[in-house]
Structures are given as C-alpha cells and as structure tokens.
Design a protein around this ligand. Sequence first.
Ligand code: ADP
Ligand code: MG
Length: 458
Amino acid sequence: MNVDILFENALKIIKDDLSSLSFTTWFEELKLIELKEGTAIFQVPMAIHKKQLNNNYYDIIQKAFNQVTGTNFELEFLLEDEIQARKEKERPKEEENKQEELGVPQSFVNKSNLKSNYTFDNFVVGNSNKFAQAAALSVAENPGKMYNPLFLYGNSGLGKTHLMHAIGNYIVQNSNRKVLYVRSDQFISDFINMNKKDEKGTNFNYVEFFKNKYRNIDVLIIDDIQFLGGATQTQQEFFHTFNTLHDDSKQIIISSDRSPEDLKLLEERLRTRFCWGLTVNIFPPDFTLRTEILKKKIAAGNFEQDIPEDVIEYIASNMGSDVRQLEGSITRLVAYSTIMGGAPITLDLAIDALKDFISKGMTEKNEIARIQKIVAEFFQINVEDIRSKKRSANIAFPRQVAMYLCRTMTSESFPKIGTEFGGKDHTTIMYSVEKIEKEMKENQDLANIIEKLKKDIG
Ligand code: ADP
Ligand code: MG
C-alpha cells in the first residue's frame, strides 16, 4: 500500500476517536515522512506537538497504524530541522549503499517533488507581492517564452518558495512538461556526487544521473541560489546547466534572498545571465495584507473556535512581516488554547500565548519606546513606571498622555500600544486617548504641554 494512502486511512481512524479541535490542533500539520525498519517517522510543526503527541496520542496513533497495516510501529516525532539534520547525516551513507546495491545510479525518473499545497489559489496578493505574483503567473502560463530566467528575490518568509512551487504545480497540471524543483544546496551535493568514482574507478553512472536529472527536464526551479556562493566548481557546472537549458528555451526560475547584483560570491557571468529575463523583488506585506493572509490561513485551518478580529489585528501588528511567523502564531495560539482546556481565544490569551515571540527591535516598537522616554522625562518620572501597571495618579496621567501621543503620532494599533504599556487592554488605550482629547479642549495648559511634547518627538 502506498504510504500516503496508508497514512490517510490511519488519520481517518484517529479522527473518529478525537474531538475535532484536538484533531485539527495536533494532527492537521502532521506529516508521515517515512516508514522504515519498524519505525514511523513524522514531521511536526512545533516542539509542543512533539510533546503532546508523545504523551497523549502515542497509543492512539500506534493502534490506528496497527489497524491499517497489521504491524506495530514505533513512533518518532521530529521537527523539520531535526529531519533535515538527520538526512544530512545519513545521505552519503544511504546513497553509497543504494549505488552499490543496484550498480547503477538512483532512479532516473524524478517524481515531481513539488509541494501540492503551494498554489496560486492560496497565495494572497497585495501591493507588496502583486508584481511577483503576476510575473510568476505569466511564466506558469508561458514557460520558456516570456521571462527567462525569472529571478525572484526578497527576505525570508515572503512567499518566494510558495510562488515557485505554484508555478511548478501549474505547469505540471496544465502540460506534460517535466519540472524539477531543487534548492541550490541540493544541486551542490548532486554535483559533488557526480565526481565520485564507483568501485570500477569510473564515474560514468553518476555523471549520467546528474545530466539526466538536470538536463532532461523542461523547467528548472532552483531555490535559494545564494547558497551556491562559495562553491566555484559547482558554479561552473551550474553555468553549463543554465546555458544548456536556456539555449533550449527551457524555463529557469531562480530565487534568492538578495538581488543578482548583491550575490557577490557568484561569478559575474552568472549574475549577468540572471538578469537576462525578469528580476522581481518581493516586499514585506503591509498591515492589510498581513491581515488578509492571516484570515485566509485561519479559514483554511477550519478551527473549532472563531478567532476574533482584535486578535487577528494584534498578530498582524506584532509578529513582524515574515509570513512563516504569522502562520506559526496561529498554530501556537490554537495549541495554547487547547492546552488551557479549550480556553476561548481572546486578546488576553493571544498576548499571553505569543509573548515570547513578539518580534524584537522593530522600528515601530522603538518609536513607542522613544515617545515613552520623552514623556517620562517631561513629567520627571521613570520610564519603567510608564510601562508598568501602577495606578498612582502621578504616573497614570503621564501614561495616558504617552498613550495618546503613540496613537496619534505612530501608525500603531490599539492592541500593539496596549502591550507596550504593561499589557493593557485595547479598550483602556481607546479610553485614555479619548480622555486626553477631551481634556485638551477644556484645558489650554494641557494642550500646550501636548504641543511641546509633539515638537520634542518630532
Ligand atoms: P520564502 O521562500 O520567501 O522564505 P515561503 O514561500 O517559504 O517564503 O513562505 C513562508 C510561508 O508563508 C509559507 O507557508 C507560505 O505558504 C506562506 N506565505 C507567504 N506569502 C504568502 C501569501 N502571500 N499568501 C499566502 N501564504 C503566504
Ligand atoms: Mg524559501
């Protein structure tokens, strides 16, 4: 039985045994990586899943697998990094064994290794990524014709890998072209393998394997090209691969964390070629897009509980612009609520659940801190007091002034300001802002003070 079907069947049995909330929380993102020598290895999204699955669901999973396969498997839950690390370790040995065993290189046929859940349909488009998305879509519709190569670059977590798989999936579904997706470090290791010699002292098989893998395709997607950096010989090989494919009008799609010009470790001739087609920068999502992405992920997650608007706004304003981080926040939030016995997902719960993950050193945060400092100096109190929960009048009033200034002088949301003032509820901030506004109208002294502070803040 195919491993995927086996896992699907086991999941069905498990699903019947559990509440849908626990199932979604702990099993939705569970992936069966392999069944080997009596052990089933799973990939989990976070350490907390590992613990939960080991402590509370081990027997249920084992039983379900037994029902499907008639075998008792040991279970192992690993994070993506751990799996990667293990593969790194095992790779050379495994490949050697396989080569020896077969006397020929590994399978010549590449099953498409695209992630089917990265599609255009579930890629949310906004100002920051609409050009990248449009370029990706034209390439998907006209591979090898319009923009060759397509070079996507931008910071981590902005959707480059997602878009590349989306292109690949689109092409595979709408034509019979062969698509190969690799990360550049995989290209390096294939290249290194090619130069190995087999027991007869030749490397013919490896060369054949490499050529077949990289030349006998219609679309090459190569992710994170920056890792090609120091590997000079590999660069040469990549140069040849690139030329061969490009001369044949085969589509090449490349991503990187920086622009071609900034890939300083790459040979000039490669960098020039990268600019032959279309180079697109993908930018960090703004608040609106972050909110939309969050909503889309929440809808796709089918969680038992609704996630309220203010919580979404809180996540969108506090977790930075790395979409991976935004996704992680939701997972964590839902997991946290489950651990708290299905506690309702409220703003307070969210602040608590995510407190260790709030992105540090964001400029906006500095801006709030700066306003707090200037206000504290003016009223001659401690800045720590402004950020505390203390209620005495000599502190509460300056704090309200600072809140008012943060709200009117920065683009920060009420929830975000709340967390910077001792974890205050956003209604408290709203109340303070209104109160100061009202008092300013009635009290010219206060209006003058605020005017002066605004000047100081600039
Ligand atoms: P990168 O390769 O740029 O580091 P990824 O493509 O791996 O980023 O994206 C990280 C995560 O964020 C993925 O799960 C991806 O699906 C998601 N993601 C990023 N941008 C979007 C978007 N615009 N719409 C939906 N999901 C997105
Ligand atoms: Mg990526």
